[in-house]
Design a protein around this ligand. Sequence first.
Ligand SMILES: Cc1cc2nc3c(=O)[nH]c(=O)nc-3n(C[C@H](O)[C@H](O)[C@H](O)COP(=O)(O)O)c2cc1C
Length: 195
Amino acid sequence: MVKTICNEIKYHFKMKVLGIMGSPRREGNSSILLDEALRGAEEEGCEVEKFIVSMLNILPCNGDEECFKDGICTINDDMNLIYPKLLTKDVIIISSPIFFYGLPSSLKALIDRCQALWVRKLPISKRKGAFIGVGATHSKDLFDGIGLTIKYFFKAIGVRYVNSLFVRGVEKKQEIKKYPSFLKDAYNLGKMLAK
Ligand SMILES: Cc1cc2nc3c(=O)[nH]c(=O)nc-3n(C[C@H](O)[C@H](O)[C@H](O)COP(=O)(O)O)c2cc1C
């Protein structure tokens, strides 16, 4: 008699989370909020990775439309590290301060360079995107401008824009630490995205 022993094979799928820190000010408010979100995701069993945009060499889009041929950007810089991550991570969280009602130029350069991915007309997948924004004022329309940029950025890379955390009234470096409820919101956002 042949005895067949079937061992239960368990596949453990770890969600991969990418955090993009868009502030040129290191360890400032956006960075702290992003770390909280990534901590929440990590505690849910995700594999997390954080990129600090200002530490990368990302040139602005030159608008030459070379990418229109094949969806490949001809500029050779650190976007080569980012493109594959933008195309494969299960969750992408962008955290950024508001600069003149827009995004800091280094982060905007990263987004503009995704024209090469927009060209590919990627379908929206199950991958999730979220945005954390922080600004000094309490202006009602503080996030109106960047709202569209972030929405169409995620659309261009085939990611569903599922959530955002908008923080007003925080200006000084690390001032966010005085607001545990915002830190908790960021942590909970990371946890929620991991599910
Ligand atoms: C160049 C520049 C422009 C800014 N523009 C705005 C603005 O339009 N509205 C606002 O509320 N805060 C503005 N701020 C304040 C930052 O958004 C705020 O200090 C934020 O907490 C910085 O986050 P960080 O520590 O992650 O860099 C600006 C700051 C800088 C340096």
